[in-house]
Design a protein around this ligand. Structure first.
Ligand code: ATP
Ligand code: MG
Length: 446
């Protein structure tokens, strides 16, 4: 197992040991090495105080932004590794970082501050494993369990509730019963956690293989920071297309999604606007007219609240808004959609639609699934044939249009848009001479 430790961290561990300090790999990388997965990052903990670590690596590039919390990042071959002094954390009153940390002399105390047993192990270069809380056994059994008394650990830092769900979703592990019970009792702790920290964990949770089961078991954790979810969790839908309530439908759809962040978020939020749009007709059938637009509005609000970046938020909102839009299975209509959304978003939309079908009554969704598959084939064909659906595919550009006598200014853009429109519609061929010939007849005057 130690053979898989790369040269960078190896060198750092050796240097610290040569200088007379204890040093170990710790946390996520040890867990991942033990379960045979590729570690994301290589964290080191040491008995050396931050100044001593710094002195040890005087000739290396150093990042000292975390030094007050005991962390020095050392660069080896362009990669920075975090080396943290054994420490105990004070309270996290700002929900971001502990108010104060105190350095402690021994490894076991450092491991005791860590969240879950599977994350509280340290490994040495010679293969010795330090595992005072039974992390290895929990890893083998597939269990997420708090180090120490769960309720107290969640009271210290509310983010740990969400981290428990994240590790359960990503590792496909069960949450230990006492840890699960403590989650239910400490939900208000999430109110104090910074939005950015919640976002980071949620992004990982949502693509984890066990996400749907975890959300089925713990919807109240997400509802705590996203109260807009709550009505969906209780939504009944008496409608021939649906054999599930709103939440169960969402979870079935989510389980079918590829592990791609924007698709998973869009699927999670696609029906969030259903509850306020619900009406029931005389026959007792529920309808949700206009729900995609309401879903999009709520999704926008929810992603803003967690401070998601604009690109992710806008893409998710666009997918949610169009999840129910009819797309005609013709080349012309597919060209229009490809032009409007771009290739990537269009294929993502087809995925969202596919997942939506898979969350419905299987006897009724087959036809809609086949339609989605046909659209995907059609779009692939339109692209493979080099058909024109965006300005960059058009046989003329701004310079051509100017040279043909269109005056500089907004008319150039309007002329190109009009030509593209006609090419996409099939009323003009994508041919330079033909397009320039059509130019004088276009309605582009201001
Ligand atoms: P990943 O592989 O996704 O990075 P990780 O276990 O490395 O998972 P990090 O968030 O990178 O998770 O944290 C590194 C280690 O720090 C964890 O393994 C855990 O030991 C400890 N840790 C992180 N966050 C907390 C927390 N909120 N409370 C207690 N310990 C924590
Ligand atoms: Mg990590």
């Amino acid at each position: 197992m130690t053979a898989r430790i790369p040269p960078g961290p190896r060198l750092l561990l050796e240097r610290l040991a040569e200088a007379g300090y204890e040093a170990h790999l710790v946390g996520g990388c040890v867990r991942d090495l033990l379960r045979g997965a590729e570690p994301q990052d290589w964290d080191i903990c040491t008995s050396a105080l931050p100044q001593q670590t710094r002195a040890c690596f005087a000739n290396f590039p150093l990042l000292e932004t975390g030094i007050r919390h005991g962390t020095v990042a050392v660069g080896v071959d362009g990669v920075f590794y975090e080396i943290t002094t054994y420490r105990r954390d004070g309270p996290y009153s700002d929900g971001r970082r502990p108010d104060a940390v105190s350095f402690v002399p021994d490894l076991t105390q450092d491991l005791a501050r860590r969240d879950f047993t599977i994350n509280a192990m340290a490994l040495d270069l010679d293969g010795a494993l330090h595992d005072p809380f039974g992390g290895r056994a929990d890893l083998a059994a597939g269990v997420v369990r708090c180090v120490g008394e769960p309720e107290r650990r969640f009271q210290e830092d509310g983010l740990r509730l969400l981290r428990a769900l994240r590790f359960s979703a990503c590792l496909d592990f069960a949450i230990h019963p006492a840890t699960a019970a403590a989650i239910a009792r400490t939900l208000p702790m999430l109110d104090r956690v910074a939005a950015e920290r919640i976002q980071t964990e949620l992004r990982k949770l949502i693509v984890g293989p066990r996400r749907a089961q975890v959300l089925r078991e713990f919807p109240q954790v997400l509802c705590r920071f996203w109260p807009q979810l709550e009505p969906l969790v209780g939504l009944e839908q008496h409608n021939p297309h649906h054999c599930y309530g709103g939440w169960e439908h969402t979870l079935h759809a989510l389980a079918a999604a590829p592990a791609e962040e924007v698709i998973c978020l869009a699927v999670l939020l696609h029906d969030i606007g259903k509850p306020p749009c619900k009406t029931t007709d005389e026959a007792g059938i529920d309808h949700f007219y206009g729900h995609p637009a309401v879903s999009a509005q709520l999704a926008d609000q929810m992603l803003r609240a967690l401070k998601f970046d604009n690109a992710t938020r806008e893409r998710v909102v666009a997918l949610v808004e169009r999840h129910d839009a009819p797309i005609h299975p013709t080349e012309k209509s597919v060209r229009r959609w490809l032009g409007r959304l771009g290739e990537e978003a269009f294929f993502q939309l087809l995925e969202v639609k596919r997942c939506d079908c898979l969350g419905q009554d299987p006897r009724l969704s087959e036809e809609r699934l086949a339609a989605t598959r046909a659209l995907k084939d059609l779009a692939r064909q339109v692209i493979a044939q080099g058909q024109c659906f965006s300005l960059k595919d058009l046989a003329v550009n701004g310079r051509d249009v100017l040279a043909a006598g269109v005056p500089a200014g907004p008319q150039v853009g309007r002329a190109l848009a009009e030509l593209l429109d006609q090419v996409v519609a099939g009323t003009l061929p994508n041919d330079k001479a033909a397009l320039l010939q059509a130019l004088p007849h276009l309605p582009i005057d201001p």
